[in-house]
Every structure is written in structure tokens, then in C-alpha cells.
Write a protein that binds this ligand. Structure first.
Ligand SMILES: *[C@@H]1O[C@H](CO)[C@@H](O)[C@H](O)[C@H]1NC(C)=O
Ligand SMILES: *[C@@H]1O[C@H](CO)[C@@H](O)[C@H](O)[C@H]1NC(C)=O
Ligand SMILES: *[C@@H]1O[C@H](CO)[C@@H](O)[C@H](O)[C@H]1NC(C)=O
Ligand SMILES: *[C@@H]1O[C@H](CO)[C@@H](O)[C@H](O)[C@H]1NC(C)=O
Ligand SMILES: *[C@@H]1O[C@H](CO)[C@@H](O)[C@H](O)[C@H]1NC(C)=O
Ligand SMILES: [Cu+2]
Length: 610
């Protein structure tokens, strides 16, 4: 395989006295040109922003399907401005992001969710179809305008149908505000967006999951790093007993790996974000320790590991030091956890060396896929950095959410407290704000499961059926809410799955994890001293996870399993808080909410005078 020479542009930023290394792989002259242009843009934007406290970053995007070969086998992806993954947004804390998004799809609506951004004061910009807005119609444009209040690693993705599975995602990175510093030092940084990829189109997957009986989509064919994977070849073929051919690249392939070019004796910040549709992942760099310092845009108490888990919806920053033999190169490996792996690891290289050499050691060995103890031990290491916001010491309301897998009239569904979520056609934000009746089930789902005491979480649901529902949890504004996620057995005996739950509009404190059924006495073991703030938390098989947040962000917020097929099958719910206080500007309402019952309502009222 022919690898390219290291291309390293060094920019020195006089303000922070830090050298920023922009590593890149130059597969072609044209790509080199694009990167150069980006660097020039970076220079100009940083020099113009240094005089202002905060700026508005303008982006003009169009979304369309494109033929693409993410892993060497051609399929179709949802591309933004012709690119897959979508362009990286880079801003500073306090900036305003303005994305003018045009839907160039001919037969589908479109929305984009800004994962981890709280949307304080702009709940209509959260990008959740049926919850915060109407899908953008084919041919139409919608402007997302929102603030990024906090530095950290974030991403964005489609939140309508299975558009995330189709590749609609990209990175959103927020640097500290001008004059501020991160609580750790590094010499350069890399950004890796991790995803999984099927050769079957997202439309076919959608149909499979919606059929009775359900046709399971199976495990992904490939894992992708920055949209790049290898299905028909392997970077580690010479270490593999399986008959797989070594990769060779002529340059310019869409599936050529994104290589991390480093220099010896430096510390790098690696940003990781998982947008996977299904897979839980384990990440490792051969022979290099990882020091975890940030999760979901919140600083963590640094801890060192050899490998780490990352679930769909999570982001991390880790530091690593290039303190290994610089005449060698090393494998970076990403493997599947929690599901019997039928997908080969995603591989790329940590490249110290101008002259490319194959690593002499095989890819790092990940924990066994079902070694949940290793995963739980990792989760328990995640604590807030000293000085982080602490949770309120008491809660006002506790909601225990039991997840079950069910069969409703032959359709496989997931239910939360016996309710399988079906989203209404009229977005909640509008129907609640304007008090429009009959837009969704008026009865909210229960705070506890019906037969809570008697329910055996270690067996399939005794009554297979559940109900469809669109009811919401209405939270009293500014109260403290505890949510306990309770896992159980699926329809098949002796199987319980990992579910990473993601909350929109908020970070929550992760107060603790436990095995078995949650009992009120478990509250005594909650960590109220230094629990991490996150926007995504996993519930382990047959276990529970306790979360706490303050319902102080007016809006309607999705809370759901971030596994795309699970959400598709009803595994989610909606929290509504202070929604009647939301002041929706008239032009925004006309643009975001002119569908379903709100469309009719807006035609007969002038919401601007409310
Ligand atoms: C790669 O694999 C796919 C699916 O098995 C196959 O259709 C295709 O021909 C293979 N391509 C190459 C170059 O081997
Ligand atoms: C890296 O640092 C070590 C220890 O300080 C030193 O021995 C070594 O020469 C350095 N390597 C390079 C390539 O600078
Ligand atoms: C769940 O809903 C189904 C269908 O209505 C019902 O038969 C079952 O009793 C419910 N289970 C609980 C625990 O409420
Ligand atoms: C929310 O509650 C806190 C603590 O009780 C109080 O200080 C704050 O003023 C409240 N905020 C609003 C908007 O009601
Ligand atoms: C499930 O596990 C239990 C206990 O280990 C065992 O007795 C039972 O046979 C298993 N059932 C199936 C269907 O595998
Ligand atoms: Cu799930």
C-alpha cells in the first residue's frame, strides 16, 4: 500500500502561545487545494473574531443523495454540499451558528439536530421532526440559528426517519471563548467521527423494521472513521488468519483511511464522536495510553485507560502522548461491543513516520464483546472535573422508565412503561405553545410501570403486547427531575441489550449505575459529589441508570435511545417544560411550524402578539 507523505501545516496562535498542527492526508492535488483554502479561511476567521467577543458563523448547506463508496462498495449517502460526512462546524463558545439549510431531496422531508447544544431560548432550532419543527419540505430552505454556549466536542445529524443511518451527520466543535483556556494542554488535535455502515439502503432498512414480521437489519457491514472504512480489504491483512486481501490505494479513494500523522514527544487531543446507528464501540491506539478529559462537552476528572467504550450519541476528548518508538507506526482500532461482532474492526494508523511502514504489531486487542464488567468499570471512572456544576441535593419528581420489547399486532416494537412512541404529525412545540387540542394523546405516559413490583426484568414480557402513544411528560418548570432507566429482557429469552439514552435541551448528571431492578433504597448510593454532566448515558443489560436534571429550559425535548432502529420502533419519549413561556417569533413560526394543526392555527391567528 502506498501511503502519502505527512502534510503538516503549522499555525502559531499568538494569543494562546500554542502550536496548532493541522494534519492531513493529501490524496490529490485538488484535495490539497481545498485544505489550503480551509486553512486560509481559518486564519481569516480567527483574525476577525479576535477583536469581537462572539461572532455569527454563517453556513449555506444543501442536502442531496450522492453515490458514494464509504467502505469500497458503492451505495448512496446523504451528502451536505456534496460531501460525506458533512462539513465540520468550528466555532467559539458564545458564538451564534446560522445554517441556511436547503432540502434538495426530491421525495423526503429533512431536519438536522445539533446534538449536545441546549438551544436555550431557541427550542424551535433543535431539529427534531414532529417535536421541535415540521420537516423541511423538498425544495425548501430553513434557517437554523442558535448559540453554542459551551466549549466541547459535539456533532449534528439527521433526526427524521432514518436519515442518520443514511449518513447525514458531521462534527460541531466549539473552542473556548477568546481569552479562555482549556483545563489541559496539548500541542495538536485530531477529530474522529465514528459511524457504522450497511450496504442495504436506509429506505430498505426502514421498510424491514416496519414490516410484520420485522426483518432485522443485522449487523453493519463496516465501521467508518470520518466516513471511511474498508470492506473488501484490511489494513491488517498480514496479521489476519482470515483470507482477506491487504488494502492498496492509488490515491483519492473515498474509502482510504484517515491517517493521523503525528510527531514524536507531543501531546495530542483526540476528539471522538459516535454517530453509529446501532453499534457500541471500543476505541484503542496500539501501545498508547488514553487520558480521558472531556465527555459530551463537559470536563471530566482526567483518567488514563488502554482502551475506552463510546456509545452512539456520546463524544469524548482524550489526550495521548507520542512517546513510543518513532520509527514505528501503530494501529488505531475500533471494535463492536455489546453485540456479537459480525463487523470487522475499523482500522487506521497513527503515523510517526514520513516513510510509511506497516505497524509491526497487530491491532490492539479489545475486551470481549460481552465483557460488560469492563464497560461498567469504564463508566464508573467517568467523574466531573473538580469545580464542575453540582446537582441539586433533592429531586421533586422521579420517573422510572422501564424498557420492554413487544409485539403489537405482529409488529416488533420497543415500549417505555408499556407505551411505544408514535410521533404526531403536528410538532409538539407548536401545539403546546398555542394550546391546540387533539394534536397528540392528552394523557401522559405513567411515571412508573404498571406492574412494577411483580415485573420480572430477567424474562421476556409476560404480555407481549403494549400500546402506541404520543403522550408527553409535562415537567413543572424549574423543578428537579430524576429519571431512572430500567433495562429488561427482550422478546427472546436471556437477552438484554445496551441502550444509550440521549436527552435534548439539557445535560443531566449521571448519579449511578446498578444491576437488577432499581429500588428506592438504591438512592442512598447516588453520587451527588462529583457526578459527570452528560447528554447521553447508557443503561446496561438487566441494569439501571439514574439521571438528574433541572427542568429549566422552556421547550419540548426528545429523550430517546440513540440506536436508530430502536427509536424507529418506538423507544423514546418527550419531556415538555415551560413550553407556554416560549416566545416563538412570527417568521420562525411561519417557517418551522406551518404544518399539521399548527399550520391551520397560524393561518387564523397572529402568533406575534402573544
Ligand atoms: C467487494 O464486495 C462486494 C460485496 O461482497 C462485491 O460485490 C464487490 O465485487 C467486491 N469488490 C471488490 C473490488 O472486490
Ligand atoms: C523524546 O523524548 C525523549 C525523552 O525526553 C528523548 O530521549 C528522545 O530523544 C525524544 N525523541 C525525539 C524524537 O525527539
Ligand atoms: C400493556 O398494554 C397491553 C395492551 O393494552 C396490556 O394488555 C397490558 O396489560 C399492559 N401492561 C401493563 C403492565 O400495563
Ligand atoms: C429556579 O429555581 C431556582 C432555585 O430554586 C431559583 O433560584 C431560580 O430563580 C428559578 N428560576 C426561575 C426562572 O424560576
Ligand atoms: C436462559 O438462562 C437460564 C438460566 O441460565 C437457563 O436455565 C435457560 O435454559 C435459558 N433459556 C434459554 C431459552 O436459553
Ligand atoms: Cu435502544
Amino acid at each position: 500500500m502506498r501511503m502519502n507523505k505527512m502534510d503538516l501545516l503549522i499555525m502559531s496562535n499568538s494569543k494562546t502561545q500554542r502550536v496548532i498542527l493541522i494534519p492531513m492526508v493529501s490524496y490529490s492535488r485538488s484535495m490539497f487545494g481545498v485544505v489550503l483554502l480551509l486553512v486560509i479561511l481559518l486564519f481569516s476567521s480567527s483574525s476577525s473574531s479576535s477583536s469581537m467577543a462572539a461572532t455569527i458563523k454563517h453556513f449555506k448547506w444543501h442536502v442531496e443523495y450522492k453515490h458514494w463508496s464509504p467502505d469500497g462498495v458503492e451505495g448512496t449517502v446523504l451528502a451536505i454540499n456534496g460531501r460525506f460526512p458533512g462539513p465540520t462546524i468550528r466555532a467559539r463558545a458564545g458564538d451564534t451558528i446560522n445554517v441556511e439549510l436547503t432540502n434538495k431531496l426530491t421525495t423526503e422531508g429533512l431536519v438536522i439536530h445539533w446534538h449536545g447544544i441546549p438551544q436555550i431560548g431557541t427550542p424551535w432550532a433543535d431539529g427534531t421532526a414532529s417535536i421541535s419543527q415540521c420537516p423541511i419540505n423538498a425544495g425548501e430552505t430553513f434557517v437554523y440559528r442558535f448559540k453554542v454556549p459551551k466549549a466541547g466536542t459535539y456533532f449534528y445529524h439527521g433526526h427524521y426517519g432514518m436519515q442518520r443511518s443514511a449518513g447525514l451527520y458531521g462534527s460541531l466543535i466549539v473552542d473556548v471563548a477568546e481569552g479562555e483556556t482549556e483545563p489541559f494542554r496539548y500541542d495538536g488535535e485530531f477529530n474522529l467521527l465514528l459511524s457504522d455502515w450497511w450496504h442495504k439502503s436506509s429506505h430498505d432498512q426502514d421498510l424491514d423494521l416496519s414490516s410484520a414480521p420485522m426483518r432485522w437489519i443485522g449487523e453493519p457491514q463496516s465501521l467508518l472513521i470520518n466516513g471511511r472504512g474498508q470492506f473488501n480489504c484490511s489494513l491488517a491483512a498480514h496479521f489476519s488468519k482470515a483470507r482477506i486481501s491487504p488494502c492498496s490505494f492509488r490515491g483519492g479513494e473515498q474509502y482510504a483511511p484517515y491517517i493521523l500523522h503525528v510527531r514524536p514527544n507531543m501531546t495530542y487531543r483526540l476528539r471522538l464522536a459516535s454517530t453509529t446507528a446501532l453499534s457500541a464501540l471500543n476505541f484503542a491506539i496500539g501501545e498508547h495510553k488514553l487520558v480521558v478529559v472531556e465527555g459530551d462537552g463537559n470536563y471530566l476528572k482526567p483518567f488514563s485507560v488502554d482502551n475506552m467504550d463510546i456509545y452512539s450519541g456520546e463524544t469524548y476528548s482524550v489526550l495521548f502522548t507520542t512517546n513510543q518508538n518513532p520509527s514505528q507506526n501503530y494501529f488505531i482500532s475500533i471494535t463492536v461491543r455489546g453485540r456479537e461482532p459480525k463487523t470487522p474492526p475499523a482500522l487506521t494508523l497513527l503515523n510517526y513516520d514520513d516513510d510509511h511502514r506497516h505497524p509491526t504489531r497487530p491491532p490492539p486487542v479489545a475486551p470481549r464483546w460481552d465483557d460488560y464488567d469492563a464497560s461498567i468499570a469504564f463508566s464508573n471512572k467517568i467523574l466531573a472535573l473538580e469545580g464542575s456544576p453540582k446537582p441539586p441535593s433533592h429531586y421533586h419528581r422521579r420517573i422510572v422508565l422501564l424498557n420492554t420489547q413487544n409485539l403489537i399486532d405482529g409488529y416488533t416494537k420497543w415500549a417505555i412503561n408499556n407505551v411505544s412512541l408514535v410521533l404526531p404529525t403536528t410538532p409538539y412545540l407548536g401545539s403546546i405553545k398555542y394550546g391546540i387540542p387533539n394534536a397528540f394523546d392528552p394523557k401522559g405516559p405513567p411515571d412508573r410501570f404498571g406492574d412494577e413490583e411483580g415485573y420480572d426484568i430477567t424474562r421476556p414480557a409476560p404480555i407481549q403486547t403494549a400500546v402506541y402513544g404520543s403522550g408527553v411528560y409535562v415537567l413543572r418548570f424549574n423543578t428537579t427531575v430524576d429519571v431512572v432507566l430500567q433495562n429488561a429482557n427482550v422478546l427472546k429469552a436471556n437477552v438484554s441489550e445496551i441502550h444509550p439514552w440521549h436527552l435534548h435541551g439539557h445535560d443531566f448528571w449521571v448519579l449511578g449505575y446498578g444491576a437488577g431492578k432499581f429500588r428506592d433504597v438504591d438512592e442512598a448510593g447516588f453520587n451527588l459529589r462529583n457526578p459527570p454532566l452528560r447528554n447521553t448515558a447508557v443503561v446496561y443489560p438487566y441494569g439501571w441508570t439514574a439521571l438528574r436534571f433541572v427542568a429549566d429550559n422552556p421547550g419540548a425535548w426528545a429523550f430517546h435511545c440513540h440506536i436508530e432502529p430502536h427509536l424507529h420502533m418506538g423507544m423514546g419519549t418527550v419531556f415538555v417544560e415551560g413550553a407556554r413561556r416560549v416566545r416563538i417569533p412570527t417568521p420562525v413560526a411561519a417557517e418551522a411550524l406551518a404544518c399539521g394543526l399548527t399550520g391551520k392555527w397560524l393561518m387564523s391567528h397572529n402568533p406575534g402578539h402573544h
